[in-house]
Design a binder for this molecule. Sequence first.
Ligand code: ADP
Ligand code: ZN
Length: 745
Amino acid sequence: MYAEVIVDIAHTAVDRRFTYRIPEDLPVSVGHHVLVPFGQGNHTKEGFVVALKETSDYPEIKDIAKILERYPVLLPEQIALADWMKDSYHCLFVDALRLMIPAQMRGMRIKEKKVRTVALSPDVDPEAIRESLKNAPVQRSVFNLVAKIGAEASIPDINAFCPGSTPAVDALIRKGYLIEQTETVFRRPEKLRLHTPEYTLTHAQSEAANQIRSSMENGSGDVLLLHGVTGSGKTEVYLKAIADCLTLGKQAIVLVPEISLTPQTVGRFTDRFGDRIAVLHSRLSAGERFDEWRRIRLGLADIVIGARSAVFAPLERLGLIIIDEEHESSYQSESQPRYLAGEIAAKRIRTVNGALVLGSATPSLMSYTRALSGKYKLLELPERVAGRPLPTVEIVNMRDELLMGNNSIFSDKLAERLSECLAADQQAMLFINRRGYATFVSCRSCGYVLKCDNCDISMTYHKTESRTRCHYCGAVKPLPKECPNCKKQFIKQFGIGTEQVEEAVHRIFPSVKTLRMDTDTMRDKGSYEKLLSAFHRREAQVLIGTQMIAKGHDFPNVTLVGVVAADTTLNLPDYRAPERTFQLLTQVAGRAGRDNLPGRVVLQTYEPNHPIIRFAKDQDYKSFYHYEIMERKKLLYPPFSLFLRIVFADRDEQTAAHACLDYAKALESELRTVLSEEGKQDLLLLVAAEAPIARISGYTRYQILIKLLRTKRLKEALRTVSDFHDSHRSVCSETQLEINPQEMF
Ligand code: ADP
Ligand code: ZN
């Protein structure tokens, strides 16, 4: 027998199947992680067996040297998926395969954890032994302990009862009184069991759950879009769908944005399904990650909860994938292969004839368009559970506040609502949209803005550190005393950050306890969870934060949400700015009044009449959708077209500029040839210019932006671009092709 092996080297030149002979005594099957001799000198390299065959045409064939793991680490379905990814994302086969296994497994950097255990030897008489150990008290107590346990006892356990007894254990083994074994244990992340009652589903919830169930039963690979307002009980629908999935003998994956993957979220699932759950996310240690993955691979877990990359989890009987908050941009991978978790999920679900559920209060325009066209099944939860009302939203025009002489962070309205909320002993969340609204340092006299020396970006002022920091490269600079440009002393920081909001709260309500959550306060590993649970325990009345507090949290006592500046992201130079603003505002507003107390939201804005702000006020997704889809159509933005971006970066400015401009010219003429006469208008845009942030970390950046109309010729156009990119990627020190870039800076 012969095996086709993908060698674990990420290089285009060797990214193909190599044939090896399988030695008689080696039980190699598809998916095995193996060692093979490779290249000149036959050094062994790791590789993955992707196929077996009976014959081979090559005269000189080398043997597979070794099997690294007892079981195949890849499922045939995953190998087929990687093969598909190679073509769809134009990535290396091996890069796609690497996504399917824990990173530390490669190079054998992580091993199974074994513990030594001992048990009583069956051939001895305990009484006689006790007698013989009269003069060895430690050995005697160890022996008694093991006898009392009556089963295998691990060395750490024995040491916990009889400290420092390892030598005694060894002596007992030598004497043949105890027999030694090793046992593999799984390093398990700690899981909170959050007791949650099992509700009787509302009519809308059970309707949705039934549809999901029949899709699973039909096995036609359906995608279902669950559009449910905030607090409509989507999680309860997921739990029911998973229970049904298990009943059907299948297994499930639940994807949650990394930031919402808190012990509370996992706790709700663990409470329902117990030990059959495995979690995968970046906060696990390498050992825990490896062991959770192995529990999944070895069939010891049926439900996987995880962030984006958990979409690759090796479940053999996969029947259901749920993607919560499906509109989140974190489902797009930012490194090669730049996959979209939703696309991978849809592909897997088609292969296994299961069902894919996309859930959101604010579905992406793309998903909702597909639902309206019938490509996806639309499931709706239009109301909150238990007749709870959606929060009341009040809009405050901050221009009026200024005219009335109020130039503080809080409008009179927000201050009033906050005071009512605190008087009633309830909790409030204050949200500040940090993106595009950092605190920059500028001179009021000459307009000079303090910028990073390496990046073409303004420095952000950090009050607690009393200095400025570049958010792209991390460089720090002191706050200048005078303007470096005009030498006057009018230089100071502008803009609002979480720190300023916190100060403003303390100015009005000196005795109120606050918590602050942003990327600065969240540097340490466990700090995010600590802060959330402190707020849960009501150790503070006000939680102030950025995007991090907008997602998914369920705080029953929060009745007020204040949005300090609602429109800061509205006018960013990105066609998705309105969509993201609407999603964010709806999400934050959705944090208020989730339990029995009704919620209020105050939106402070400089553009009270902007349609997006009005739709957010009414939490009216459908009107938002119809408005925004027309805007996109007018300008032929996605979903009517597709954006591609190619970024060129080099330390030398001229190199980056020339590389970009020459590339653009050549690519354009190639695209025009391929698209020919009938596809002439498919190429809507191809511009080459300096990137919006022209320098990052000392690298000059140029970019090509391409916009292609979505027609049947799109696939061919994409292939042309990727092939062209492959043969021209080395024109400067960094080139990157991005399909559907999430950021355009
Ligand atoms: P969503 O994810 O749609 O915002 P959740 O699933 O978090 O909403 O549910 C909101 C709240 O309603 C939760 O506290 C949940 O426990 C509760 N809930 C869900 N379903 C029901 C039900 N059928 N009856 C009563 N309460 C429910
Ligand atoms: Zn910088």
